[in-house]
Design a protein around this ligand. Sequence first.
Ligand code: SIN
Length: 502
Amino acid sequence: MATASIAKRLKDPSLFRQQAFVNNEWVSAATSKTFEVNDPGNQEVIGCVPECNVNDVSKAISAADHAFQSWRNSPVETRYQVLNKWKSLMHEHAEDLAKIMTIENGKPLKEATGEVLYAASFLEWFSEEAKRIDGDIIPGGMPSHRHLVIKQPVGVVAIMTPWNFPTAMITRKVGAAIAAGCTTVVKPAAETPYSALALAELAKRAGVPPGVLNVVTSHENLRDVSSHLTTDPIVKKVSFTGSTRVGKQIMEQASSTLKRLSLELGGNAPLIVFEDADLDAAVKVAVACKFRNNGQTCVCANRLYVHDAIYDEFAQKFTQAVKHMRVGYGLGENIELGPLIHQGAMDKVSSFLRDAVDKGAKVQTGGAAYGSSGTAVDGTTNAAQFFQPTVLTEVTADMLVSSEEIFGPVAPLIRFKAEEEVLAWANGADVGLASYFFTRDLSRAWRVAEKLETGMIGVNTSVVGSASTPFGGIKQSGIGREGSKYGISEYLNIKYINMDIS
Ligand code: SIN
């Protein structure tokens, strides 16, 4: 797909930006180097964006630092106004933003539109939170002393976002940072820079002042650029969403200047169906939870534990539902599952599947890449990155699908017999982001929710993300919370003032 043809598909072609965004200006890399971005649905080149290097990033950090000197003191009403306007512009341009996302990420248009609205809700939420950065007055022992607590923005924030949510992960972080009075340098994933650049264009139109939001793109220079963002002393905080492996590297790098950190990392979420669950409801929610974004989210159900008494019936109903999912190019009609993001993801899913089948798992539906068996259901001619939605039964603990994050459309169904047993399996992972379970027994609902070792729990539901609720994990799933009243505190320093007024 040629560059011009993408812009032609948009109502507002100027949302398709191919330069970095620094100090409210569209800029090329100082070296003029660029890298290509591909459409995962057909492997065609969408366009080229700047291959920014450390010098380019330094300029963005300087712009953010300069802007911080005034933005930190901006009236909360100003922050409210710009964030709210930005949200309204996202609503106005939702169709274009969703199209850009589908083309660069592959997720079906309906899902992309959902993400755009979800992303906008964070701007709205944090525009309001800007007004609620309250302090405290704390009573103390000395009659002449007054103990005050005020909250101040941490400073320049480096924000690194993943390809699986190219828009929402930016607004969830940037919305909170800007509302708190911080300024930002965003480095979007190399696979999905266009959503980030379109957001920057709308931010500029909304009146976000120069330097408050900067977006730098890089691919080959990624290692150097990330290491600069995580070590430059001007940057006071790093917020990252991605793998636990990279999260640990960032933590190590950021320790040289002891930056504040928010890390939203790997999930490997367990989903448990107890014998007393409403089976039809559980099947519906479990399919949605497993196959959202084609299995490529940190909170997707990864290991599905089903009680022995209902295992066969659940497996049969779940398989039927998965069999009918429509796979194809994301802009097509009624498509439910798009391509995987790149060949590496295809290889990983295939190898996990091979490992499971070799160890005795049974394929109930799917079980292969479309590339090897023809075309995806919409007749996509280049099906190289499409994988059949797959259900595996008779899955055991020694298989990779039971212990590692799959990040693809493979649902392993694992049989269990007792509550204590399944809790031990669920909590056996070293990560703890989200978990889900299905029961109609109220005491079990409380008991299991309190025992599961994850930051978020869905009981009879798979919805755990919204602007007003805290998103984040425990154990090796990360540090900090995003969204909710807790999200903004990640971008604020607490300052205590003891005033002797005698
Ligand atoms: C993620 O998977 O990292 C984000 C999912 C969400 O916000 O719901």
